[in-house]
Every structure is written in structure tokens, then in C-alpha cells.
Design a protein around this ligand. Structure first.
Ligand SMILES: Cc1cc2nc3c(=O)[nH]c(=O)nc-3n(C[C@H](O)[C@H](O)[C@H](O)COP(=O)(O)O)c2cc1C
Length: 413
């Protein structure tokens, strides 16, 4: 199925959500994850599913969600749940979107294109990573204003200016600056696999590729994945596809308030900062006129010791009030989790691995299916709890969930 064909299939009407065949074979993101595991060569699976250090951060992110429960209200007038929301001046059908994923073509060829098309179809945001293997212009064609662009701080302001001009010209509607990568990370599985882009052709990796014919066939068609957005800025003579060249020459180690202000001056649209976990950082963003935050620990990929975003979300929301639109990510695997995050104060939710599991499992159809699953689960959760507007969710939070989360937040920040 080609991406263009997929983009034309309409998103199911509310009463049809959940009726397609895939809903029986893959009734949850966990089912897509299991199929993704079977379809990916080891190095690609490890890159997607792995995390930093001893990887305990993954379980912490999950358990934060598992502990959040609801008290439903049944004896009330019932109507269909309204999931529409306005984010940064634009209306979206659902309050969740696709998080930025770098080196996306290594996991599954054209995954960014498939996800951008699925996001456009569902009318949700799609965030393109600056280090994805599909470039700005291609995603602009597919997703238009549904696309948000994620920038890592760059060393050269001239390159930043040029990238942002392209982002604007391609019709993206918001900019995300990721600030949580000031130090190199230790993702041990990637080390053991000798992970690189393009994949290193060691005997072990070649054997792994041949053991996964669907991945190999797709990769053979699309060719070697490259950092399309950054190719024009790679220094002459550098390995044009290499991660090392990229990080050593283009991407800065972290950013401070002055640096953020400089980016702010170059971008006149909505600007979101991804990665703050503490009130101080959130206040810095507020002071320099940032429009939104994604409270995130990068899916536990930077360090296993970073606090779970869900535990600090409420505290950050309280600190910045209504002046910033606050989203969250890390550990979200279902529409129910999205409801949990909204109940605890998030205005939107991003998901990284959940969407990529869909693509790795089923290609373009998997991108769509993951989107439908999350939409269906969110609507069902809202119906079950007696919430007909997104804004009703906080009132249904079970008292012990709210208390537990508040205690955690005051201890950890
Ligand atoms: C394979 C992979 C690559 C990622 N690359 C980026 C990236 O390029 N830029 C970024 O801001 N975040 C990146 N992230 C982090 C995600 O945007 C998001 O914060 C994280 O996946 C959320 O956790 P979840 O996977 O549990 O949903 C990446 C995550 C994964 C899994």
C-alpha cells in the first residue's frame, strides 16, 4: 500500500471506529509492539525500544500511569465525547500527536511519511524530528499545518535561520525546541550493536537484516537513510550520513536561556520547549515568551534517573498557570493513558514508541491503526468515566490518584 493511497482513506466516523479487521488482530498497542519485535532486525528494535543506562526509567514511566485511576459518574445525561481541542491557535480532532523520532528510517523505511499521513488523516499533530530521515519539504507536502518541527539546538545561528525559513515555507505550524540532551547518553544496547546510520555492515548486522525480509525489502527500495533536513549543512568531506559528523559539527550540547531567546527571535509562530521537568526551567520558558512545554524525560532515553513527567506535570502546570500550553510524553501506550495525562493537567500528549510500533508492525496501515486505536480508547475511557468534554477528566480522577501524584511531585522537584 503506498503512502499516497493511504493518505486518501478517510479517518473512520465515530461510530465506525474500532470496526476494521485490524482491531481484532491487533486490539492494542501492545499487540503492535509484539509484531514490531518480530519484524525488526535486532539493532533496529533495540534502537526503538531501548533506553538509557539500566533502562529502569522505562518501568518508572509506565508505573506512573498505571497508578492513576478514575471515579466514574454513571447517573448523568449521556452524549458522545467531544475530543476536539485547540492547541496553539489551531483546532485538532484529538489532544494527542506523534512525538519526534530521529533516525526514523532506520527503524522502518518511510516511517515519518506514513506517520505524517496518518496524523493528517486523523487531524492530529505530527512532529518531525530534525534528525529524522525524511526532510522538511517532504513532510510539509504530506501534513501541511498538522506538522510541527522539532529542532535540536544548533551551533551556527545561520544554520538555525536557514532551517527555520524552510520550516516556515513548508507550512509547518509550530516549532519545538528540545532542551534535554545536554550530555551524551548511554544507550547500552546501541553500543553493543555498534549502531550507526547507515547500519554498519558487520557480519552480525548483515545476518540480522537477512533474517527480517520485510524490513530488508522496504529498505532496499528506499535506499540508505540519511538526515535529509541537515544534508545541505554537512561540512564538505564529512561522512554525509554519519551521526558522529552531525553531533560534532552541527548540534550544540544543550542550550541556555539566551540561546532559547535567540531561537525565539528567529521564529514568529508558536514555540514549544520539550524536556523541562522542573519548575525553574518552566519559569525561564515563561519569562522569554515560549508558548508551550512538553514535560518529558525523552522516553527514558537520556538517563534512567530522570523523574517521570507525569509526577511533575501538575506542579509545572500550577507554576506557569494558563500562560503556557502544557503537554506531556514518556510512557504513554494507550488512549486510557492519554485520559490519565489530561486528568492530571496536560493539555496535549505526545507518543513516540507507540506510533513507531504501529509502523514497524504494519507499515502505513500500522500508522493509521495506531492512531485509530488511541482515538477509540480515549473515547471509550471518556464514555466510561462520564466525561463528555476533555475538560471533564480532572474532576473524575480518583481522590487517591490525585493525592499520590501530588505527593510524588512535591518530593521529586
Ligand atoms: C527511537 C526514538 C528516537 C527519538 N528521537 C527524538 C528526536 O530526534 N528528538 C526528540 O526531541 N525526541 C526524540 N525522541 C523522544 C520522543 O520524542 C519522545 O519524547 C519519547 O519517545 C516519549 O516516550 P515514549 O516513547 O514512551 O512515548 C525519540 C524517541 C525514540 C523512541
Amino acid at each position: 500500500m503506498s503512502m499516497r493511497t493511504v493518505a486518501r482513506t478517510p479517518f473512520p466516523a465515530r461510530h465506525e471506529l474500532g470496526t476494521g479487521k485490524l482491531h481484532n488482530r491487533y486490539p492494542s498497542i501492545a499487540d503492535l509492539e509484539a509484531r514490531a519485535y518480530a519484524r525488526l532486525p535486532r539493532f533496529a528494535w533495540d534502537y526503538l525500544a531501548g533506553a538509557a543506562g539500566d533502562e529502569t526509567g522505562l518501568a518508572h514511566n509506565r508505573s506512573a500511569y498505571d497508578g492513576v485511576g478514575f471515579t466514574p459518574q454513571y447517573l448523568c445525561e449521556r452524549r458522545a465525547a467531544d475530543t476536539r481541542t485547540t492547541l496553539f491557535g489551531r483546532s485538532f480532532a484529538y489532544p494527542f500527536g506523534v512525538a519526534p523520532v530521529g533516525q526514523s528510517g532506520l527503524v522502518w523505511p518511510r516511517s515519518a511519511e506514513y506517520l505524517a499521513a496518518a496524523a493528517k488523516r486523523a487531524d492530529i499533530p505530527f512532529c518531525l524530528s530534525m534528525v529524522a530521515t525524511t526532510g522538511i519539504e517532504r513532510i510539509g507536502e504530506i501534513a501541511g499545518a498538522n506538522a510541527w518541527f522539532q529542532l535540536y539546538p544548533l551551533r551556527d545561528p545561520g544554520v538555525t535561520r536557514s532551517v527555520l525559513q524552510r520550516v516556515r515555507a513548508a507550512g509547518f505550524s509550530a516549532l519545538i525546541v528540545t532542551v534535554d540532551t545536554p550530555a551524551g547518553r548511554r544507550t547500552l544496547r546501541d553500543r553493543r550493536n555498534g549502531l550507526s546510520l547507515p547500519p554498519r555492515l558487520s557480519l552480525a548486522n548483515i545476518a540480522r537484516m537477512f533474517g527480517h525480509p520485510a524490513w530488508l525489502a522496504s529498505s532496499a527500495v528506499t535506499g540508505i537513510p540519511r538526515f535529509e533536513t541537515l544534508l545541505p549543512y554537512m561540512p564538505k568531506g564529512a561522512d554525509a550520513t554519519g551521526v558522529i559528523a552531525l553531533t560534532q559539527t552541527l548540534i550544540a550540547r544543550g542550550i541556555d536561556a539566551k540561546g532559547l531567546e535567540a531561537v525565539r527571535a528567529l521564529w514568529d509562530g508558536p514555540m514549544i520547549v520539550k524536556g523541562p521537568l522542573g519548575v525553574e526551567d518552566a519559569r525561564v520558558c515563561q519569562a522569554i515568551g515560549i508558548d508551550g512545554l512538553v514535560v518529558s524525560n525523552h522516553g527514558a532515553r537520556q538517563s534512567e534517573s530522570l523523574v517521570s513527567p507525569l509526577h511533575v506535570l501538575r506542579r509545572i502546570r500550577d507554576a506557569v498557570g494558563e500562560s503556557l500550553c502544557v503537554g506531556v510524553d514518556s510512557g504513554v501506550r494507550s488512549g486510557l493513558d492519554i485520559a490519565r495525562a489530561l486528568a492530571l493537567g496536560a493539555q496535549f500528549v505526545l507518543l513516540g514508541r507507540a506510533f513507531m510500533f504501529g509502523v514497524a508492525a504494519l507499515g502505513a496501515a500500522g500508522a493509521q491503526h495506531a492512531t485509530e486505536l488511541l482515538a477509540l480508547e480515549l473515547e471509550q475511557a471518556m464514555g466510561q468515566f462520564g466525561c463528555f468534554e476533555l475538560a471533564d477528566l480532572p474532576a473524575r480522577l480518583a481522590p487517591d490518584s490525585a493525592a499520590a501524584t501530588r505527593i510524588a511531585s512535591s518530593r521529586q522537584s
